[in-house]
Design a protein around this ligand. Structure first.
Ligand SMILES: Cc1ncc(COP(=O)(O)O)c(C=O)c1O
Length: 456
């Protein structure tokens, strides 16, 4: 037998608990504030949107939070996901680096998003909720929640950012196959959507607008809750199954990563792969360099301000301290729709402030170039979002070649790009451009940040 390519765990090795990084951090992140009182939000403030079990997870400090058996049972449909050694890519790059990737594209929706969608649907069902409203950018999160809603018998309404809705009709069909209703946002179904359309009838929409619409539906209907696909502590928590499995699989490979890489939109897949490794380091174990890769066109971690801001454009959410480009920031229409969010998870932002992670922001053409190289050697076409992680990992591997050192590089291949082939067609026909964010627009959006004492 030649050297192994895949490291595969038995179903019984699906983690029994999610890993909570808060338990190992030297200091907690700043509290989430009520925008009216500027006091920390309490459970009652969040109760119109989320079930109490998820609100409790949002502030939990225990190291381990047990995964309910019905959730583990659904995870078995695709978990544990494989860990690959990218031997063919290594050879193509002529690098001494050992490149590993955790492949989350084997899930029903094609990405990491079902890891939290299934958990959120379960807790909402348990709380007697009939319907969940949500937003989706690339369509991955909406697809994941549509699948989870079908399994737990919950009606799902998805507000899909209009530009993606138009670009990806098959994503809508996919969600509808699971019984969800998908509406282009801004829509005429909410007060906020109608307000946006009145001001700009041709609005392409944004994640911030779609979140406001979904929150409005949940806040105004007793039997309806809201679910977010990223950013919040409980979402990041659910994603830690990725890194926990990867820890076991790296053991199977008799190796340990020197570098861990993930792409960042709201921060959940990155946290999922990185937090368990950061936890090992914080508890005195092996050290890792952890690299977050975000788009140059929406660079919250590298160019944003660490300040209190709203999570949505309509200012219906609480205020969270995070790296933000300003809640009114409209990123240019580049192709990694799932990375077009103005903010970053407060926990990822805090970890960056603590110096535990680095961040980079490559341009989209370079990311597609990396993704195509990866596909031609490894046989998997990555989602445009995941191409950012591929680019980060390849850059590190090339550096190993130049410096003549062999390091182990682990990255999260968080989704496949089977619904994103238009983006690849645009890349091949030279139509993809490298749009930087507009400095003036960014300055205006940052000038509009809410004023919170002590916010830097
Ligand atoms: C494939 C894929 N990767 C990454 C992301 C970004 O989200 P997050 O940073 O929460 O992982 C998305 C979001 O839609 C996505 O669809």
């Amino acid at each position: 037998m030649s050297d192994p390519i895949k490291y595969v765990l038995e179903e019984s090795r699906i983690p029994q608990a999610w890993y909570n990084l808060l338990s190992d951090l030297p200091s907690p992140p700043p509290p989430v504030l009520h925008p009216g009182t500027l006091k920390p939000v309490g459970p009652d403030d969040l109760a119109p949107l989320f079930p109490m079990s998820l609100i409790a997870q949002e502030v939990a400090t225990d190291r381990e939070i047990a995964i309910p058996e019905p959730v583990r049972d659904v995870y078995k449909q695709w978990r544990p996901t494989p860990l690959y050694r990218a031997r063919r890519l290594e050879k193509a790059l002529n690098t001494p680096a050992r490149i590993y990737y955790k492949y989350e594209g084997v899930s029903p929706a094609g990405s990491h998003k079902p890891n939290t969608a299934v958990a959120q649907a379960f807790y909402n069902k348990e709380a007697g909720i009939r319907k969940i409203a949500t937003e989706t950018g690339a369509g991955q999160w909406g697809s994941a929640l549509a699948f989870a809603g079908a399994l737990f018998g919950i009606e799902i309404q998805v507000f899909m950012v209009r530009v993606s809705y138009n670009q990806k009709p098959y994503r809508r069909a996919f969600m509808e196959t699971f019984g969800a209703r998908c509406v282009p946002s801004p829509s005429t179904e909410t007060n906020f959507g109608r307000q946006v359309l009145a001001a700009s009838p041709d609005s392409n929409g944004s994640l911030g607008i779609a979140i406001s619409e979904a929150v409005e539906i949940a806040a105004t209907h007793d039997d309806t809750n809201y679910a977010l696909g990223s950013v919040l502590n409980h979402v990041l928590l659910h994603q830690t199954v990725i890194g926990q499995e990867a820890l076991l699989q790296m053991q199977m490979a008799d190796d340990y990563p020197d570098v861990v890489v993930g792409c960042t939109g709201g921060g959940s897949n990155f946290a999922g792969i990185a937090f368990p490794f950061i936890g090992v380091q914080l508890r005195g174990g092996s050290k890792v360099r952890v690299i977050a890769v975000e788009p140059a066109a929406c660079p919250s971690l590298t160019r944003g301000r660490y300040a209190y801001d709203f999570g949505d454009t309509g200012h219906m959410t609480p205020l969270a301290k995070m790296h933000t480009l300003g809640s009114s920031f409209m990123p240019p229409g580049f192709h990694a729709g799932g990375l077009r969010y103005h903010g970053m998870a407060p926990l990822v932002s805090h970890v960056k402030e603590l110096g535990l992670i680095e961040a980079r922001a490559p341009r989209q053409k370079a990311c597609f170039e990396a993704g195509v190289l990866f596909a031609r050697h490894e046989g998997i076409v990555p989602a445009p979002e995941a191409n950012h992680a591929v680019k980060g990992a390849i850059d590190e591997a090339v550096r190993c070649r130049e410096e003549g050192v062999s390091k182990a590089i682990l990255f999260n291949l968080c989704g496949h790009g089977h619904f994103d082939m238009q983006a690849y067609l645009d890349y091949f026909s030279g139509q993809l451009t490298d749009q930087d964010y507009d400095e003036r627009e960014l300055a205006m959006a940052l000038a509009g940040l809410p004023s919170v004492p002590d916010s830097t």
